[in-house]
Design a protein around this ligand. Structure first.
Ligand code: HGY
Ligand code: MN
Ligand code: MN
Ligand code: MN
Length: 412
């Protein structure tokens, strides 16, 4: 296996896993065969590097580089530094969003050893489940569970599209659902978490730099809109007799665009629409759609959502439909720990600081432990699409930067 200290080679190894022939790119939902195969790939590389791979109840993998002579338990691992990211993807996503952070962490371990670094504290490489929320609907589900930021009972019962619960699916993947929930003891033992991630935007392209530090993540959330009408025949039903939820959904989508454009630099997206039953010659009985709304101001996000909800309710009344809007997850604007960011800046003096519109596990953990992020330039500026990428030199620069930051945190 080896691919020693080479994140590009590590990423190349997984290029064939979870390829989505229909959509293009990769579809690696959490605990799917593809994501489980990636977990096996990660565990094999971690084990080959002498890291002790463990599972917790939340679906997170922890690969430990323990300090020689220290016990492999909470005591011996107190003050740990953690790095890592996620391996699950959006439908039809790229091979870098998540895996770049995991591969770079493995390569950084190699680099630290090549440098002869003797860590004074333990290091763990973590792989978080369901960062994209593509299977169970809540983004950063594993890090939210760890941080106590989501109700474990709600999560245990969360159904995926087939109706299978998180508890059942995670149990099939070898996790113990009875252990799902906050892990304050584990968090108390972590001195800092640093996630490396491919940049999902154009900041580093415009700056002409390979690596950046993260400043803040803008507020973002997702809302499920369900519109119920009356199914009927497309030809036999007069227009005056219709209660067509698709017409209401169209108004929702139009108003989301309108209200988002009315707020400077807000982002509003409907990327998923399910029409039931979905026949060309059938007036739908129901539509489910999900809104993703983001802005630096949490109030602006909430205002856009409430304005669009009000407009949707008006449209539903006109059409004789019933609408329900349910918040699935919401993350306020977070700024990463200034002391940790300053310390990372002392190590990476040339790295600019960039804010991001993308959510990350680091954004959730920033609430409970000192957390920082590194971004690696993505020459396409695009993400959540097969074209997402990072150039080999920039990937190597990212590993060097991560190793520099980890060396500082592990030895000082
Ligand atoms: O949706 C996001 O912002 C992240 O990529 N999960
Ligand atoms: Mn990601
Ligand atoms: Mn993503
Ligand atoms: Mn992330």
């Amino acid at each position: 296996m080896s691919t020693h200290a080479d994140a590009n080679a590590l990423l190349a190894e997984i290029e064939g896993i979870g390829v989505d022939e229909k959509r293009g790119g990769y579809s690696r939902p959490v605990f799917s065969a593809a994501e489980l195969e990636l977990r096996v790939w990660f565990s094999a590389h971690a084990t080959e590097r002498g890291l002790a791979v463990e599972k917790d109840g939340n679906g997170i993998l922890w690969a430990w580089w323990d300090v020689p002579g220290a016990s492999a338990d909470a005591d011996g691992r107190h003050g740990a530094i953690v790095t890592g990211s996620h391996l699950d993807s959006v439908p039809g996503g790229g091979n870098f969003d998540g895996p770049l952070g995991v591969a770079s962490a493995l390569a950084a371990v190699d680099l630290l050893r090549d440098r002869g670094v003797q860590p004074a504290r333990p290091l763990a490489v973590a792989v978080f489940p369901e960062e994209e929320g593509s299977r169970f609907g809540i983004a950063c589900l594993g890090s939210r569970l760890l941080a106590g930021a989501v109700d474990p009972e709600r999560v245990r019962a969360l159904p995926d599209e087939t109706g299978r619960s998180f508890a059942d699916v995670s149990s099939d993947a070898g996790f113990d659902p009875s252990l799902i929930g906050a892990d304050p003891g584990r968090l108390a033992g972590i001195a800092a978490f640093v996630e490396l991630h491919v940049e999902q935007g154009r900041g580093l392209i415009d700056l002409g730099q390979p690596v950046a530090l993260a400043g803040a993540i803008i507020a973002h959330g997702r809302w499920h809109v369900r519109i119920e009408g009356r199914g009927d025949h497309a030809g036999a039903t007069r227009m005056a007799d219709r209660q067509d939820p698709v017409v209401v959904a169209a108004e929702t989508i139009r108003r989301l665009r309108e209200h988002t454009l009315a707020v400077d630099d807000a982002r509003g997206t409907v990327g998923r629409v399910l029409v039931t039953p979905g026949g060309t010659n059938v007036i739908a009985s129901a539509v489910d759609l999900w809104m993703d709304v983001r802005h630096r101001s949490e109030e602006a996000v909430q205002r856009i959502v409430s304005d669009v909800t009000a407009a949707t309710q008006c449209a539903a009344e006109d059409e004789g439909c019933v609408v329900t809007v349910t918040e699935q997850s919401f993350s306020p604007t977070i700024s990463f720990d200034p002391a940790l960011r300053d310390r990372m800046q002392e190590v990476l003096t040339d790295a600019p600081v960039l804010d991001t519109g993308a959510g990350h596990d680091a954004g959730i953990l920033a609430d409970v432990i000192p957390t920082g992020m590194l971004f690696v330039r993505n020459p396409t500026g695009a993400s959540h699409t097969p074209v997402e990428t990072a150039g080999p030199e920039d990937v190597t620069a990212g590993v060097e930067a991560l190793a520099d930051v980890l060396e500082d945190l592990l030895t000082r």
